[in-house]
Design a protein around this ligand. Structure first.
Ligand SMILES: Nc1ncnc2c1ncn2[C@@H]1O[C@H](COP(=O)(O)OP(=O)(O)OP(=O)(O)O)[C@@H](O)[C@H]1O
Ligand SMILES: [Mg+2]
Ligand SMILES: [Zn+2]
Length: 578
């Protein structure tokens, strides 16, 4: 490809609405342009990267035995009503009506579409297992589209759905996908950490997220430096080593007028927040009243609590509701009996034998040296409703956990029979009896993968693409004054092209500084320079963009040049495959 035939709108300045490196560089390298909030045009260079990532995904999915489909983006409301998600998707789902006033959505995901498509096709257990996928556009009306294509409103996803006769078969495909995803991200040159994630009601090891460690990540990961444990903090089990006995003999009531926040109490009692018990009052799905006791320094983990209660929404109880339930807001502490309409839980962070300061269930009073096992009961079950924090014990090896921020690029998930049940997808077993198959689902954000590669692969000069997904593998920068020199370069260019080298020739009539800068910001992994030194003394340079190492040699034949490029190209591929 010749730059003179290309559209290459590179820019010197960062766009002012871009705050992260990938967004800035994608705009400056002329890979994308913004259309509207969360909507981006892909220009030819950017589109090539996207297609290369898609191709890697496609090759690996096909190799795993999955079958590629293409379903409409526009999806009828009735399938969403059947699964109950027409309501539940809320404002994130783009909705439209056709001329007959029939409702549709621009698909944010395709569980419903695939399940309803395959329902009349699958007949017997012999038809399964099957794993189906597409690489296609999704729409989500995100509350806060940001970071360029990392969180946009229109994006490309590889979404796959597998159907199984039983959990053993689901486990097998899930394992295959775990390996396939590792391979895909490795081939894209992207370092990801697979973390155990929340899997809703499925439990167990039913969900893995592929995370890119980055300070701009919206997820928090718990990582163990000793063993290879990694988990989303929402999911990481919290492990506390309890004392075996307690010291104090009885608790003491203290007057604490108007002091009830943990901060104020810490100040008043001159002790750390971990020595208090916090009472958290919640309404779950507008159904149950929940009173959760948790250590003063700890946060409630809504995901764990919702999973346990099988609910989806938690909100604080109002003061009025608290009064109706005979709770004393600000001064609630553990005791033997509460109102019958409250479910009472004790978090795992509470040590049954520790002495705590707790609400006395009486306005303006707290109890000091309160020991749950002595003062309430020894029978209490302590459950894990807490977010893991830095320094918590690793659930595998009990060494200390650290935390990092991460961006999710892929997600694999054991779905169970939620959708096959909703759509009454039933097939016959060996005895001709009908049963409901179970499912898995597997997603990768294609555009987000592209952006996170840039987050990992950039320096002050711009992007340095992993060779596997670079818009072109090689760039050729020529600096010529006379037509005969230009023709000489063109001959070399034509030769390299004929050798299947993917080459982008910057033949524009521009100064060397400008051309070098463009080539660096765009990030071609290999750059050949043919300029004055070539015409004077046959010198050609080959630059490894990432390492910055440049080799200069005397050109003796096209073949030598080709071999040097192929060698470097090969080394760069080896670097990725590790
Ligand atoms: N708004 C978006 N823009 C770009 N990619 C997205 C967006 N939402 C999701 N993705 C990509 O699609 C993949 C699968 O979608 P999934 O429904 O699991 O995402 P999600 O859990 O909603 O992600 P997030 O928590 O970031 O919103 C994600 O791993 C991510 O790579
Ligand atoms: Mg989302
Ligand atoms: Zn560990």
């Amino acid at each position: 490809m010749k730059a003179s035939n290309y559209i290459l709108p590179t820019a010197k300045e960062d766009p002012n609405d871009a705050v992260v490196a990938s967004h800035k560089l994608m705009m400056r390298a002329g890979l994308i342009r913004k259309s509207a909030s969360g909507l981006y045009h892909y220009l030819p260079l950017g589109f090539r990267v996207l297609k290369k990532i898609e191709n890697i995904i496609r090759e690996e999915m096909d190799l795993s035995g999955a079958l590629e489909f293409q379903l409409p983006i526009l999806t009828p409301a009735e399938i969403w009503e059947e699964s109950g998600r027409w309501e539940r998707m809320g404002k994130e789902m783009f909705r439209i009506k056709d001329r007959h006033d029939v409702n549709y959505s621009l698909g944010p995901t395709h569980e419903e579409s695939f399940t309803s498509l395959l329902k009349p096709i699958f007949k017997s257990y012999k038809d399964l297992p099957k794993n189906v996928y597409q690489i296609h556009t999704k729409f989500r009306d995100e509350i806060r589209p940001r970071f360029g294509v990392i969180r946009s409103r229109e994006f490309i996803m590889k979404d796959a759905y597998s159907f199984h006769n039983d959990n053993v078969s689901l486990d097998e495909t899930y394992e295959v996908m775990r390996k396939t995803y590792r391979k895909i991200f490795q081939r894209c040159g992207l370092k990801t950490i697979p973390v155990q994630a929340d899997s809703g009601s499925m439990g167990g090891s039913g969900s893995e997220e592929f995370m890119v460690v980055s300070p701009i990540g919206e997820e928090t990961l718990s990582l163990c430096g000793k063993c290879d444990y990694s988990g989303n903090v929402e999911k990481t089990p919290v492990i506390i080593e309890y004392k075996t006995s307690h010291k104090s003999t009885k608790f003491e009531k203290i007057f604490t007028e108007n002091i009830f926040s943990i901060d104020k109490l810490s100040e008043f009692f001159k002790t750390k927040s971990e020595n208090f018990i916090k009472a958290v009052y919640l309404k779950a799905d507008n159904k149950f009243n929940v009173l959760l006791f948790i250590r003063g320094d700890r946060e409630v983990n809504d995901v764990k609590l919702n999973n346990f209660l099988n609910t989806t929404e938690l909100r604080p109880l109002s003061e009025k509701e608290c009064t109706e339930l005979e709770l004393v807001p600000g001064y609630t502490g553990p005791k033997k009996e509460f109102h019958k309409d409250i479910k009472v839980f004790y978090d795992i962070t509470l040590d049954p034998n520790e002495s705590y300061i707790v609400g006395a269930n009486e306005t303006n009073h707290h109890n000091k040296d309160f020991v749950i096992s002595r003062d309430v009961s020894t029978e209490i079950k302590y459950r894990d409703f807490t977010k893991s924090v830095e320094g918590d014990l690793c659930p595998n090896c009990k060494s200390s956990l650290t935390q990092e921020k991460g961006i999710e690029v892929g997600h694999i998930f054991k779905l169970g029979d939620k959708y096959t049940k909703a759509f009454e997808l039933k097939i016959t077993d060996k005895n001709g009896k009908l049963f409901t198959p179970t499912m898995g689902c597997y997603g990768i954000g294609v555009n987000r993968t592209m952006a996170t590669v840039i987050e990992q692969c950039n320096d002050q000069k711009g992007i340095f693409w992993p060779i596997s997904i670079s818009p072109f593998e090689v760039s050729l920068v020529s600096i010529t004054k006379e037509e005969k020199d230009r023709i000489a370069v063109e001959n070399i260019y034509n030769y390299l092209k004929s050798q299947s080298i993917e080459i982008f020739w910057d033949d524009r009539d521009l100064g060397p500084g400008f051309k070098f800068k463009d080539s660096e910001i765009i990030g071609f992994p290999i750059r050949i320079t043919i300029g004055k030194n070539y015409f004077e003394k046959k010198e050609i340079s080959i630059l490894n963009r990432k390492s910055g190492i440049e080799e200069t040699f005397i050109f003796d034949s096209n073949e030598t040049l080709r071999d040097k490029i192929l060698k470097l190209r090969n080394d760069l591929y080896l670097e990725i495959s590790g």
